[in-house]
Design a protein around this ligand. Sequence first.
Ligand SMILES: Nc1ncnc2c1ncn2[C@@H]1O[C@H](COP(=O)(O)OP(=O)(O)OP(=O)(O)O)[C@@H](O)[C@H]1O
Ligand SMILES: O=P(O)(O)OC[C@H]1O[C@H](OP(=O)(O)OP(=O)(O)O)[C@H](O)[C@@H]1O
Length: 214
Amino acid sequence: MNGQRSDTLKVAMPKGRIYKQASKLFREAGLPIPSDFDDTRKLIIEVPEARMEFIMAKPVDVPTYVEYGVADIGIVGKDVLMEENKDVYELLDLGIAKCRMSVIGLPDWKPAIHPRVATKYPNVASQYFREQGQQVEVIKLNGSIELAPLIGLADRIVDMVETGQTLRENGLVEMETIFGITSRLIANRVSYRMKNDEIQSLCDRLQAAIAAKA
Ligand SMILES: Nc1ncnc2c1ncn2[C@@H]1O[C@H](COP(=O)(O)OP(=O)(O)OP(=O)(O)O)[C@@H](O)[C@H]1O
Ligand SMILES: O=P(O)(O)OC[C@H]1O[C@H](OP(=O)(O)OP(=O)(O)O)[C@H](O)[C@@H]1O
């Protein structure tokens, strides 16, 4: 098709905030990923020196590309893995793009009769409140989740916190941490068998780079 070697690994890479950290980690692992790709708008990037092809995906779509096998492996936040629940192998915690999933509200929050929770992560939120024995209506939003309690759409939100700046600037407080988040290396089940040498060698190199930073 495009004259690629069969041992080329197709990697679903999240565009945006994870990419720079992921490509830096790959370089630390000794893979020659040129830094001029850091700001590119190209969607398919061939890196023949590393025997890889990067598929630049929207972060939430990475597990879908990997599950369907159009990418052999991918890099994705634990938040997306928990929400999407796709049939993929989770191989390695890369330790990058660290943040946490939390329940957030206004400081004077009181239990509502019909509680509403806004989030980008409806499955994660529903499961969490079910486990807590709390009945809530979950409202799916796609961004700027912190707006919801400020304008009365929901009394709490489930969202990510990294530095806490968004919460501070909007007068919100973190009420509970649900789980910690880092980016993970995932693999397609068939690719993991068919390209085991290449994938295992990449895991070993990445693991060594992660250990060297610890
Ligand atoms: N504030 C943050 N700090 C650290 N990591 C974060 C933060 N927000 C998100 N992440 C991690 O980065 C991943 C991608 O987040 P990003 O905001 O770039 O995705 P997105 O909103 O889907 O992208 P897009 O801008 O294409 O809509 C998340 O799935 C999460 O794992
Ligand atoms: O604790 P902080 O360092 O402030 O980071 C947390 C913010 O980062 C993410 O938002 P993002 O930038 O992805 O914007 P979005 O919510 O509009 O998607 C997340 O949804 C929080 O709003």
